[in-house]
Design a binder for this molecule. Structure first.
Ligand code: CTP
Ligand code: MG
Length: 237
């Protein structure tokens, strides 16, 4: 059976969870990915949809160094030798690079997911895997619905209204043929340019095709304490 057919394919998709941030915008206390959301740690909620996926061959979680040294016990829920934990880096890109280096060779496709997005659907995961299986990078995204204003930094002054036609908000999991992602990281390391804010921008800069996969608004990233309240409300509605 071909590796690109969705059902019945061998597990060939490696999942990288970026969970090494400090969560500064979520205020003081434990980093947000370890905090409980309606009784379940956010990171565990983010891992579960992938742990159950038939195409998942391995999951690598990049953690802050102190957590990698003493992992939270609830991570043992993901069993079967399919989970590796690594220390992340100072930036998200560095964390993802550490995780990629720990991925077993049989994972020929790679999904990179924020550890603070607990609401990704199986439909989105499947659509991203499908697009990556066709040899393109894939970004789950949502068309921008609001009017966009550019504001002078440090002031409330609107400089311009930005044309929103054609603008999409990029979410995760972003999917890649493994070789494409590895080569893009090597290219960034060689040039020293780490200015990209997601992996899709990295492979795009290396000249690779990137497509959007329509995603849901509900696939939110928990960034602030207000987002925790929103996420709790989404779970209990
Ligand atoms: N991340 C990471 N390594 C870093 C920085 C961020 O793995 N050095 C991860 C975060 O843990 C998070 C994801 O990247 O799951 C998205 O980043 P963000 O929401 O910005 O999280 P933080 O960087 O932790 O938060 P903040 O920017 O508010 O400090
Ligand atoms: Mg951050």
């Amino acid at each position: 059976m071909s590796a690109s057919s969705p059902a019945g394919s061998q597990p060939d998709v490696g999942i990288l969870l970026a969970a090494a941030g400090r969560g500064e915008r979520a205020g003081p206390g434990e980093p947000k990915q370890f905090r409980s959301l309606a009784g379940v740690p956010l990171l565990l909620r983010a891992i579960r949809p992938f742990a159950q996926h038939p195409r998942a061959c391995h999951i690598v979680v990049a953690l802050p160094a102190e957590h990698a040294a003493a992992p939270p016990p609830w991570l043992q829920e993901v069993t079967g030798g399919r989970l590796s934990l690594v220390s992340g880096g100072d930036t998200r890109a560095a964390s993802v690079r550490c995780a990629l280096a720990a991925l077993p060779p049989e994972c020929t496709l790679v999904l990179v997911h924020d550890a603070v997005r607990p609401f990704v659907t199986q439909e989105t995961i499947d659509a991203v895997i499908e697009a990556a299986g066709r040899g393109t990078a894939a970004v789950p995204a949502v068309p921008v619905a609001d009017t966009l204003k550019r504001v002078e930094q440090g002031t409330p002054r609107v400089v311009e209204t930005v044309e929103r036609a054609g603008l999409w908000r990029a979410q995760t999991p972003q999917g890649f043929p493994r070789q494409m992602l590895e080569e893009a990281f090597e290219r960034a390391a060689a040039s020293g340019d780490w200015s990209f804010t997601d992996e899709a921008a990295l492979v795009e800069a290396a000249g690779n095709p990137v497509v959007v996969v329509p995603d849901r608004n509900s696939n939110i990233k928990v960034t602030t304490t207000e987002d925790f309240a929103l996420a709790e409300a989404m779970l209990t509605r």
